[in-house]
Write a protein that binds this ligand. Structure first.
Ligand SMILES: [Zn+2]
Length: 378
């Protein structure tokens, strides 16, 4: 059973949006106890409506939580990184794909998604693993180098002309016609996968702030749902403040939040280096706004701040995609504004790896000759 995040009406599991208010649906809140086990899916099995079979897994989840000493010292806060680049296809999407695929296996042998890169690779990999045919719809603007990590798994890649925000709705419509189940960005079962990030964080740290790069809103909703379930189960006392981090060049949620609006509006000309969070009309945007009103916050960063933050994370040994670096860029702003107090425990969700998009990286190389190599070190 699914519940509308806005009106609370209930629907069968195959629905993807509320037909009355067109808002996203979610599974009910689950409560339970933590079990013993080396995988998050086993430890938190009480919080899932069906068994998550290990044979369907590619080893997603249980990613490292790292303390970042240099940045912590510099900003006079305690910064931790939840390193989601360690997932099987190098992004957090794998958690959602793993859980959603268990549902898909019961209803269809054909699956699809709309992607800017990470989700396409994730769905393609799990579909290949499970012997399900997959269709990945990408936008015309996707950099060529992002397609190989999708194509390698044998998916059908469809490059679609037109508005990326609109493609989400269109894919669901066509999917119904053709019998293809679309596990897009904020699919209810996908969100169930993302909530495992909150579980893993709560096991290790009593954080003050969790910074979440936000595009469709699925990840933000998932982490929030996870914390709410832990609180309802008396497993944590307080939910950390969740910070929605967007790129200034495409910030529909921030725009509505900062103007006190109830609903997001489409960004007409999205333009940011952080492609993975460039969604001009996020399908869970209004749902995120509702969560933000519960005492959470939203902030943006410019492209130059994002690229600077990407370099700074690399100084602590982490190479992330620009969309992930938005989290640090936003923290620096919030510390400067004294919105984040000195000494706070701040967790950056590093959503995806840098290797998938290396074009914007500028590096220094010195050319040397083997014959006078020693001179190169002078
Ligand atoms: Zn509704």
């Amino acid at each position: 059973m699914l519940i509308c995040t806005h009106c609370g009406r209930k629907y069968p599991a195959e629905f993807l949006r509320c037909p009355i208010c067109n808002e996203p649906l979610q599974l009910p809140y689950f409560e339970g106890k933590i079990k013993k086990g080396n995988k998050v899916w086993k430890r938190f099995a009480d919080f899932y409506p069906f068994t998550l079979l290990p044979k369907n897994s590619l080893g997603e989840g249980d990613t490292p939580l790292l303390y970042l000493p240099k940045l912590s010292q510099q900003l006079k806060i305690n910064i931790y990184a939840k390193n989601e680049t360690q997932n099987p296809t190098w992004s957090f999407k794998d958690r959602g794909t793993f859980v959603a695929m268990q549902y898909v296996l019961n209803i269809s042998r054909r699956v699809g998604t709309v992607s800017t890169g990470n989700m396409g690779a994730s769905v393609a990999a799990y579909a290949a693993h499970l012997g399900v045919k997959s269709y990945i719809l990408v936008s015309k603007e996707i950099p060529e180098e992002k397609l190989a990590p999708i194509g390698i798994y044998g998916s059908e890649i469809l490059r679609v002309m037109g508005d990326y925000g609109e493609l989400y709705y269109k894919s669901i419509e066509v999917g119904k016609e053709k019998g293809i189940y679309f596990i897009n960005s904020d699919n209810p079962f996908r969100v169930e996968g993302y909530k495992s990030i909150a579980y893993e964080l709560a096991e290790k740290i009593d954080g003050d702030y969790v910074i979440i790069p936000t595009s469709s809103g699925g990840l933000f909703r998932g982490i929030h749902k996870g914390y709410v379930e832990l609180k309802r189960s008396d497993l944590i006392e307080d939910i950390p403040e969740l910070i929605c981090a967007q790129a200034a060049g495409c910030s529909p949620i921030y725009n509505a939040f900062s103007q006190g609006k109830e609903r997001i509006e489409r960004v007409e000309h999205p333009n940011t280096i952080a492609h993975a969070i460039r969604n001009p009309y996020p399908p869970s945007g209004n749902a995120v706004l509702r969560i933000l009103k519960e005492g959470n916050h939203c902030e943006i960063a410019e492209d130059h701040e994002i690229l600077e933050a990407q370099k700074e994370l690399a100084k602590d040994g982490l190479f992330v995609q620009p969309a992930s670096a938005v989290s640090l860029a936003v923290v620096k702003k919030l510390v400067a504004q004294e919105k984040i107090e000195k000494g706070s425990k701040v967790i950056l969700v590093l959503t995806g790896a840098g290797l998938k998009y290396i074009l914007p990286i500028r590096i220094n190389i010195r050319d040397c000759s083997i014959n006078d190599l020693s001179r190169c070190f002078e």
